[in-house]
Design a protein around this ligand. Structure first.
Ligand code: FPP
Length: 246
């Protein structure tokens, strides 16, 4: 029996977050330039998005470019931005065909203007789609996001829009870039690295973490289904004891 058949569709995670890692090593293993790994990584993104939509995952968030990735060699940064632009433009029709909404989180204003414009237009073009929301984390870091949220709340207090006692988990979450998205129940990281690397730190307080040695360009929907089967075997206690569940 394949992993898809083992999934209990009544207990799916609503939101899956992915750190797509290992593109560079995948390319190097084949004696190719790093860019080849990123291009191949796009094929994995496409397959995973379709796999999520196929089984009924409502939200998928992928870490496509971190704040720290700006420190990579300029050639690689430029190649990633070009790839992002071409992928967005090529895939918008497919997203619409599959009823998938494109969303983005991160310091979008720091991206090249062409990237901002094409991203904005793809998001507008897919805004009415309801089957699944694909969120690209771009120029994103959780610490950046949390500081921005703190600044917005401080401003609201200063402007006497809210009282300091009204700052709580709910009002803080509402200032994050993920305000309309539920917290992920499952986070997958490929390539054997066991870190969360500044990704969705607030939102992942109770997320189940799944690590696989598979490099991102080799990761396909069967690997995703395997991760979901593993997730469904876990007991999520949220600080309680087993006997208190159910
Ligand atoms: C990590 O691998 C991957 C990235 C920093 C970029 C991910 C980008 C893509 C998959 C393509 C663009 C995506 C979209 C959604 C259009 P790495 O380069 O850190 O690999 P390494 O750790 O082996 O060096």
């Amino acid at each position: 029996m394949g992993f898809k058949e083992q999934i209990d569709v009544t207990r799916l995670p609503e939101h899956i977050a992915i750190i797509m890692d290992g593109n560079g090593r995948w390319a190097k293993n084949q004696g190719k330039f790093r860019h080849f790994g990123h291009e191949s990584g796009v094929l994995s993104v496409k397959d995973i998005v379709e796999g999520c939509a196929d089984i009924g995952i409502k939200y998928l968030t992928v870490y496509a470019f971190s704040t720290e990735n700006w420190n990579r060699p300029i050639e690689e940064v430029n190649a990633l931005m070009e790839l992002l632009i071409s992928t967005i433009n090529q895939e918008t029709a497919t997203l619409n065909k599959n009823n998938i909404r494109l969303n983005a989180i991160g310091d979008i204003s720091s991206l090249p203007q062409k990237c901002i414009d094409d991203l904005k237009s793809a998001m507008e073009n897919t805004a009415k789609n309801t089957r699944c929301t694909l969120t690209l984390a771009l120029s994103y870091s959780a610490k950046w996001e949390i500081i921005e949220a703190a600044k917005k709340l401080a401003q609201k207090v200063k402007d006497q829009e809210i009282n300091i006692d009204e700052i709580n988990e709910s009002t803080f979450s509402a200032q994050l870039t993920t305000t309309d998205i539920p917290d992920p129940e499952l986070m997958i990281r490929t390539s054997g690295e066991h870190r969360v690397s500044n990704f969705l730190l607030w939102q992942m307080a109770y997320t189940e973490l799944y690590f696989t040695d598979t490099l991102w360009p080799d990761f396909r929907r069967e690997d995703l289904f395997e991760a979901i089967v593993d997730y469904q075997k876990r007991e999520r206690r949220f600080g309680k004891i087993s006997e208190q569940l159910n």
